[in-house]
Write a protein that binds this ligand. Structure first.
Ligand code: ADP
Ligand code: NI
Length: 211
């Protein structure tokens, strides 16, 4: 089931250029499995949820096709109980805005969310974020547009600000919103690399006079 799912997800996300390609899924799955070595949880559910976590993500499904996951799980003939557990885990993974509290209710969902968040920060996180911004036609930076703290998911979804703002609206907040101790340890180096990147970015930006 796992290798069939791998193959399916790989095919669906093959051409993604928004930072949600197969290799994002691959890294999240591997990180989730690594976290679960120390934190526990049901390894089958964790691996399946990690593989499927972005399939129906709102950011990638402008076409309104939001039930690929459920259809796939039915196709695999999973026990209905496992289908509902997986659907619940996947539904709890995603970030919904800086001002929105999203703590998953199960250990499995906490681990997959941590893995997804680790792949959103650090050098890879920086690369993905600019890829996402470019794919959505966003500016790199505009000093006249300030970051927003989104009060709810609707406000977060509507946001069209420059990509640098996303660091202040989400990426720098993630290290304090992780669920497991293992992920907190893995986040430290990645977080400080983003801080160094931003420091250098603004240093260069201001090198020829303040804007
Ligand atoms: P989540 O479910 O937490 O949103 P995803 O794996 O779907 O996690 O991907 C989130 C990634 O997409 C972000 O870490 C970032 O790289 C990119 N992204 C999402 N929204 C924006 C945005 N407004 N500007 C730039 N990048 C974004
Ligand atoms: Ni993801």
């Amino acid at each position: 089931m796992i290798s069939e799912t791998e193959e399916y997800v790989r095919k669906v996300l093959e051409k993604d250029v928004s930072g949600h390609d197969w290799w994002h899924i691959f890294r999240v799955r591997n990180l989730a499995m690594k976290i679960s070595e120390t934190e526990g949880g049901d390894r089958f559910l964790i691996e399946m949820a990690a593989l499927l976590h972005d399939l129906d993500d709102w950011k990638l499904n402008g076409d309104g096709n939001f039930n690929k996951t459920e259809k796939w799980l039915e196709h695999l003939k999973l026990y209905p109980e496992n289908i509902s557990r997986l659907t619940e885990i996947i539904g709890q993974v995603s970030f919904k805005g800086a001002g929105v509290e999203t703590v998953p209710s199960t250990l499995e969902a906490q681990i997959v969310q941590d893995a997804d968040r680790l792949d959103a920060i650090g050098a890879i996180g920086i690369a993905r974020t600019f890829a996402y911004g470019g794919s959505k036609g966003r500016l790199i930076f505009d000093p006249d547009i300030k970051p927003e703290i989104h009060a709810d998911f609707e406000a977060y979804k509507k946001n069209t600000g420059p990509t640098i703002n996303h660091f202040y609206e989400k990426l720098l907040l993630l290290k304090d919103r992780l669920n497991t101790k293992t992920a907190v340890k893995l986040a430290q180096r990645r977080h400080s690399f983003m801080e160094k990147f931003l420091e250098e970015f603004f240093r260069e930006w201001n090198e020829n006079g303040e804007t």
